[in-house]
Ligand binder design. Structure first.
Ligand code: ATP
Ligand code: ATP
Length: 589
């Protein structure tokens, strides 16, 4: 159904092709998953199917791409629209109408479908994607995940033969991602729809793939094969595969269910290690278990607030030591939220929220799309005024504090880091950040150099990769050294390597006394770095406690490793690896 014949794409102004030797076929009624590290050309390949490459992006496409027999070089995107439905990475840029219902109908109207057919399909899609309550809503008032669901719905209603999906679950909560993928799988199995999809969070999608195409990068052509075979050699892989490789399981399990069947031995080895630790041998290493998350090596937890005098202590990260000379406010809490409610139009976005945030703790704010996570972050940073209740950040009321004073207390890296960047070079962005923060010249530039070595002053922020742009926005926010750092869905669009770098950085910031609150759907990131998890539902706090307790107890928010090794409380492959190594040293293996 989709056929690539020796395709290469060279963008204008670049000497080498971004992708080359792309030569494979996606048969009708199959779902092929495109995987690979950031920047290896996944979006480029996807966009060549719907004709955006090269008709809209410029550049040169060599070879041939055909979709349902139509050559994309001779057919413009609008001449392919009746066969290909495309969801790109940025839903907002996608929308053409104002309300949810109109958006779902738009594609069908352009194809001239009969009104009764349109009506039926809109109703079906609203039902399938859980959008019924939002049908009359202006799209601009939807949460990020709600918008992504509408974007997916709008390409499903015309029933295209081919779906091209670029990270379709990046803004979805785990349960919504499962629901949307189940719908897509049903289209593949029952209607014979052909799907080509790229996604970084492989733990969500790998089990739905009939085949995987790996783009290894550095100009190497894609490798197509059976998902398990590709996962055995791929540089990007989900935690279940990481654990399978660690334990030496063959064939590699791709699902939690398959891994659980294989995990008996591993559980026994880990049990022996824990028992050993309990007897006092090798305890330090084994405390890497989930229960040990907020034990001495990280120390600064809700239960053990960091004494303010320790906050200026030297840190592990060189760049960060430069920023520790200014004393921080003496309050034991960085932020206090008391009985806060927020109404937005007719929606009760937050309802009687009470919580405190303590220096040195990392909190993952989780919950379904529309639960109120972004609203809470926006309230902490003064962008949204509570309808009732009080918010204090570093002693100040955010929405009544002048921006130049507020940025020394709290900084938000928004869901779309681009929203924070407004100049046209990295150097200008850094100068503006220094001025805004009243910081010494080159403060921001030094942070950027540490976070993004090799990025030149004259690079346009638009030309940075997703992960690089996030790092730049983080540097801009950190220039003012806010004790409270807020991040909204920071791993959206990041590959596993970029995510690991972000996790290391955030852990160093927390160890230095920063309080960090991140709204995230990424259960694996929460497992990696959060001391505490707060679950929101319909604007209310429904759980607030140690990460290990809250997420392990939730089928939606538990990471893969804890599902595989339950009832033992492990959260990450790193913890398992460290425990096994300690066990080997102690003669356990
Ligand atoms: N329109 C364009 N003009 C010039 N260069 C581009 C254009 N679009 C993408 N590129 C470059 O091509 C390379 C591949 O980008 P692409 O978005 O296809 O990668 P990707 O694998 O989808 O990355 P990610 O996983 O981060 O989305 C990158 O270096 C990018 O900067
Ligand atoms: N301007 C607005 N007018 C009306 N309702 C709004 C407005 N902004 C947000 N909402 C609603 O408030 C609720 C909370 O939205 P919020 O963006 O805080 O959710 P979220 O938990 O961050 O969601 P996501 O996980 O999808 O990003 C949602 O139902 C959303 O539709």
């Amino acid at each position: 159904m989709i056929r690539f014949e020796d395709v290469s794409v060279t963008y204008d102004g670049t000497a080498e092709p971004t992708v080359r030797g792309v030569d494979f076929e996606v048969p009708e009624g199959e779902l092929v998953l495109l995987v690979g590290p950031s920047g290896t050309g996944k979006s480029t390949v996807l966009n060549s199917v719907c004709g955006l490459v090269p008709h809209f992006t410029g550049g040169t496409l060599r070879g041939r791409v055909t979709v349902a027999g139509r050559d994309t070089r001779t057919h413009k995107p609008r001449e392919l629209a009746d066969v290909v439905g495309t969801v790109g990475q940025d839903p907002l840029s996608h929308f053409v109408t104002d309300t949810v219902e109109d958006e779902l109908a738009y594609g069908m109207e352009s194809l001239g479908l009969a009104p009764d057919v349109m009506r039926r399909r809109v109703e079906e899609t609203l039902d399938l994607l859980g959008l019924t309550d939002l049908r009359d809503r202006p799209i601009t008032t939807l949460s990020g995940g709600q918008q992504q669901r509408v974007a997916i719905g709008s390409v499903l209603t015309p029933h295209p033969k081919v779906l091209v999906l670029d990270e379709p679950t990046s803004a979805l909560d785990p349960a919504a991602a499962e629901e949307v993928l189940a719908v897509i799988q049903r289209l593949v199995h029952d209607l014979g729809t052909t799907v080509l999809m790229a996604e970084h969070r492989l733990e969500r999608v790998i089990q739905y793939a009939d085949q995987v195409a790996l783009l290894p990068g550095q100009g190497a052509p894609p490798v197509l094969g059976d998902p398990a075979e590709i996962m055995a050699v791929s540089p990007v892989y989900p935690p279940v595969v990481d654990l399978g490789r660690l334990a030496g399981w063959s064939p590699l399990p791709l699902t939690v269910r398959d891994a659980r069947r294989r995990a008996g031995d591993l559980r026994e080895r880990l049990n022996a290690g824990s028992a050993d630790a309990a007897k006092g041998r090798g305890a330090a290493s084994i405390s890497g278990s989930a229960a040990g998350r907020d034990q001495p090596q990280t120390a600064r937890t809700r239960q053990q607030p960091t004494p303010p005098e320790l906050l200026g202590a030297p840190t592990r990260r060189r760049w960060f030591t430069r920023t520790t000379s200014t004393p921080r406010p003496p309050s034991p809490h960085t932020a206090e939220v008391h009985d806060v409610s927020v109404r937005r139009a007719h929606v009760q976005a937050l309802c009687h929220i009470t919580l405190t945030v303590t220096p040195g703790e990392t909190i993952a704010l989780m919950g379904r799309n529309g639960a109120g996570k972004s609203t809470l972050l926006n309230t902490l940073v003064g962008l949204v005024e509570p309808s009732s209740g009080s918010v204090r950040v570093g002693g100040a009321v955010p929405h009544r504090t002048a921006p130049k004073d507020l940025i020394r207390r709290v900084g938000l890296v928004p869901q779309e880091p681009r929203d924070l960047l407004y100049t046209d070079t990295v150097a200008a962005e850094c100068e503006a950040a220094d001025t805004d923060a009243g910081a010494a010249p080159r403060t921001c530039r030094s942070l950027v150099s540490e976070l993004l070595p090799g990025v030149s002053d004259d690079t346009h922020p638009r030309d940075l990769s997703e992960g690089q742009r996030l790092a730049l926005a983080l540097a801009v926010v950190l220039t003012a050294r806010p004790p409270l750092l807020l991040l909204d869905e920071p791993t959206r669009g990041l590959d596993y390597a970029a995510k690991a770098r972000l996790a290391t950085l955030l852990s160093a910031l927390a160890a230095d006394g920063h309080a960090i609150v991140l709204a995230t759907h990424d259960v694996e990131l929460a497992a990696e770095i959060a001391h505490r998890v707060i679950l929101l539902a319909d604007g209310e706090v429904i759980a607030d406690g140690r990460a290990a307790d809250v997420i392990v107890a939730s089928p939606s928010f538990a990471p893969q490793v804890s599902k595989i090794l339950a009832p033992q409380k492990w959260l990450t492959v790193t913890q398992v690896r460290e425990a096994l190594e300690a066990g080997v040293e102690g003669g356990l293996a």
